[in-house]
Design a protein around this ligand. Structure first.
Ligand code: ACO
Length: 429
């Protein structure tokens, strides 16, 4: 195998070292190219650019493989709990029984949030989107823990920030939900496991105790596990990028929340349900919506379809698709949106436009349907994604800091006006 790629420009030859990963994926290192040749590479949207070497998550988009720290996603979804997966991602190995117990105990100690956080929350209008609220609250944590502003502190201090984030984000999500509905906030209960505690904080009301249905619990555990990391996606790259300026972990995660919010990323699960409801309200005419999605002059896209890296199938969607029917049946939910989703999927998978472009349902297509069925309000879907993705962001931020990665700072090809003299205001037409 070649050790170098060679680039020939204007008769000069440049050797670019080949870099190979554990799974034999190969790239060449262009970091010295500009210094040697004055040339940069151009790849808008980073469609073919590696930003880092990472040991957290491996995925092969052609084969539909996704592994966290080497473990196949199918096995983790089947056998693990979300907190075990969080531990695996953040610390690199599956925890022993004692390690898991200690990890959970540490998280329980930090689940309460400062009462003054409620004052901040009350300032938001009740119709504020929960992602905007959550990213603001995540940033606000820096004010309550000013010692966390320096990411160069001891590993113990960094770990404390990690535990605080894992512990407090679910509480803040639940509080933002109850606040928006004008209901009193519920406090964490240390006798409950992580996901049950979160569901109780969300849905307990003063006049009715919420019973955690084991089917709902299982579904949420799986959804969180399936969303926990996805290598260098938009929000994770944002977290690493913001962190590379040595911004603290809370601020980096808040930036990740904002990146995730977009409908082309984590906001897609909300858009999927809105689209399915729209189709239902239009008499279930899936063809009309497929045609709209195919029309190059119409900005509409089939939400929950397509993926930057998965070009055959999204293994997470496959797991959730298999479960969607079962979960809905066990919950006794007859969901017209699921029927429309199936019809839409069937039609799209046979349609040349989608086949040629390798557009398949992604994880958001089925996670939205399941969350809708278990009673999560639609505007909270991206927030659920956030809880799931948090361990991945933390693991990637931690790796970026351990590798002492330099500040992220891409180059550009300037295509604006050449130099021109200043025009006085009186001379401007
Ligand atoms: N509906 C209709 N056409 C689509 C769709 C879609 N959902 N997705 C891609 N296409 C078309 C594009 O119009 C383009 O067509 P063209 O070649 O004729 O111009 C072609 O397929 C390639 O699409 P790109 O936008 O270049 O692909 P990219 O890799 O940049 O985008 C993305 C990936 C953003 C996920 C895209 O497929 C999309 O917008 N999907 C809908 C939103 C969505 O479901 N996002 C969730 C992603 S999963 C996640 O973040 C957890």
């Amino acid at each position: 195998m070649a050790e170098f790629a060679e680039l020939n420009v204007d008769g000069k030859n440049y050797k670019l070292p080949i870099v190979e990963g554990t799974e034999q994926e190969r790239g060449f290192d262009i970091s010295k190219l500009r210094a040697e040749s004055g040339l940069i590479t151009l790849d808008t949207g980073f469609k073919n650019t590696g930003s880092t070497k990472s040991a957290v998550t491996f995925l092969d988009g052609e084969k539909g493989i996704l592994r966290y720290r080497g473990y196949p996603i199918e096995q983790l979804a089947e056998k693990s709990t979300f907190l075990e997966v969080a531990y695996l991602l953040i610390y690199g190995e599956l925890p022993s029984g004692q390690e898991l117990y200690d990890f959970k105990s540490e998280i329980k100690k930090h689940q309460l949030v400062h009462e003054d956080m409620k004052t901040i929350l009350q300032g938001f209008p009740s119709n504020a989107h929960p992602m905007g609220v959550l990213s603001s609250l995540a940033t606000s944590l820096t004010a309550f823990f000013p010692e966390s502003l320096d990411p160069n502190r001891s590993p113990e201090q960094i770990n404390l920030t990690i535990i605080r984030l894992l512990a407090k984000i679910p509480t803040l999500v639940a509080w933002s939900y109850t606040n928006a509905r004008g209901i009193q906030a519920n406090y964490p209960n240390n006798n409950l496991e992580y996901v049950s505690n979160f569901l109780k904080m969300m849905f307990d009301t003063p006049n009715e105790e919420y019973e955690v249905d084991p089917n709902v619990l299982e579904a949420m555990e799986k959804i969180f596990i399936l969303h926990a990391d996805h290598e260098q996606n938009c929000s994770t790259s944002t977290v690493r990028f913001v962190g590379s300026s040595q911004a603290n972990l809370y601020a980096s995660v808040a930036a990740g929340i904002n990146a995730l919010w977009g409908p082309l990323h984590g906001g897609a699960n909300q858009k999927v349900i809105e689209m399915l409801q729209n189709i239902k309200n239009n008499g279930g005419d899936t063809k009309k919506f497929l045609d709209k999605a195919k029309d190059p002059n119409d900005p509409f896209r089939l939400m929950g379809f397509g993926h930057r890296v998965y070009k055959n199938f999204d293994p997470r969607a496959l797991i959730l698709k298999k479960r969607a029917d079962k979960i809905l049946e066990r919950l006794g939910v007859d969901d017209p949106e699921l029927e429309i989703a199936k019809k839409l999927e069937e039609a799209a998978l046979k349609d040349d436009y989608f086949v040629e472009r390798k557009l398949y349902p992604n994880v958001d297509f089925y996670s939205g349907i399941i969350m809708n069925a278990i009673g999560i309000p639609v505007d909270m879907f991206p927030v659920m994604f956030t809880i799931g993705r948090l361990p991945g962001w933390i693991a990637q931020w931690k790796e970026m800091r351990l590798h002492k990665e330099p500040i992220g700072r891409p180059r550009q090809i300037y295509v604006g006006s050449p130099e021109r003299p200043y025009v006085e205001i009186s001379d401007r037409s």
